[in-house]
Design a protein around this ligand. Structure first.
Ligand SMILES: NC(=O)c1ccc[n+]([C@@H]2O[C@H](COP(=O)([O-])OP(=O)(O)OC[C@H]3O[C@@H](n4cnc5c(N)ncnc54)[C@H](OP(=O)(O)O)[C@@H]3O)[C@@H](O)[C@H]2O)c1
Length: 272
């Protein structure tokens, strides 16, 4: 199955330049591994540059560029450097993100703001800088890795769900402006994936949660999730789900057909 998937995305990415954010771990690192193994020119960004340099060492077509999405004022400069370094960007994969492990009322508002700043505002600044250049050139593909939390917001994920739903609003609204100019827009929403997302999630005080939660521990592996994303992007799908379990599909059905029941179940569920 994996081999058929591989063949089906490589043709689209070959001869393109790809910028992947959140490339130092999890889904982003797996995306860069797959692209690097296929010889696709890829720029890998995040804050932990030691991990990016490791990817750079392993794949000749991969290079690293430091990026902090919380530093909105600097994002334009980094985007200009990325554009220059790659000689133009064909595909931007906005994958970087942090999650939340705290109730709304108990959380310091500054920690809620931090989640929204990185996941939504920083991603918007970056997308703005790259989309302007792509529009001028008349081609490009912009991707956002969102979350099932955008459709099924669970307790203790208020800011995270808001940021991810915000990405859906932002990117959907951009379509009407940018698709007529030759750009493609894709939203990939994962279910649960075994990564560091819960470990680095922010608690009430802004400290790291520091735990690999059960949903992540038993989730899909990052490499399979990355390939599903690459296949969806190669098919230029506008919005698609990845790493979905039967349980999550049932939750989606309830959201559509019996939302009252879903909210009651979620209110009783012990979400970490
Ligand atoms: N794992 C899941 O179950 C799951 C489910 C749904 C959606 N997602 C989404 O998938 C995406 C990838 O997450 P993951 O699961 O692979 O988690 P991960 O292993 O924690 O990776 C998150 C990436 O984002 C980067 N990042 C965090 N803060 C950043 C900042 N301020 N500036 C730039 N980069 C930053 C991290 O790099 P540095 O710390 O080095 O900067 C890291 O490379 C996220 O958008 C997440 O919301 C994950």
């Amino acid at each position: 199955m994996m081999r058929r998937y591989k063949q089906s995305w490589q043709g689209y990415f070959q001869d393109k330049s790809v910028w992947v954010t959140g490339a130092s771990s999890g889904i982003g690192a797996a995306l860069v591994e797959a692209l690097g193994a296929a010889g696709v020119r890829t720029l890998a960004s995040a804050r932990r540059t030691d991990r990016l340099e490791e990817l750079e060492r392993r794949h000749a077509s991969v290079s690293a560029l430091s990026l902090d999405l919380a530093e909105c004022d600097l994002i334009g400069e980094v985007a200009a450097r990325a554009w220059e370094q790659l000689g133009g960007i064909d595909i931007l994969i906005n994958n970087a993100g942090i999650s939340q492990r705290s109730t709304f009322v108990e959380a310091d508002p500054s920690t809620l703001e931090r989640v929204i700043r990185v996941d939504l505002i920083g991603t918007m600044w970056l997308t703005h800088a790259v989309a302007a250049r792509m529009k001028h050139r008349g081609s490009g593909h912009i991707v956002a890795v969102t979350s099932l939390a955008a459709m099924i917001p669970t307790p203790r994920r208020t800011a995270y769900a808001a940021a991810k739903a915000g990405l859906h609003g932002l990117f959907d609204a951009m379509r009407g402006e940018l698709e007529p100019s030759g750009l493609s827009i894709s939203l990939a929403a994962p279910g649960f994936v075994r990564t560091e997302i819960s470990t680095h999630a922010v608690t009430e005080t802004g400290a790291e949660h520091g735990v690999l939660d059960s949903n992540q521990e038993h989730g899909d592996d990052a490499a399979s999730c990355a390939v599903e994303i690459l296949v969806g992007v190669a098919k230029r799908r506008r919005e698609f789900l990845v790493s979905m379990s039967p349980r999550l599909r049932i939750a989606l059905l309830l959201r559509r057909h019996a939302p009252g029941l879903l909210w009651r179940i979620l209110a009783k569920a012990s979400v970490t």
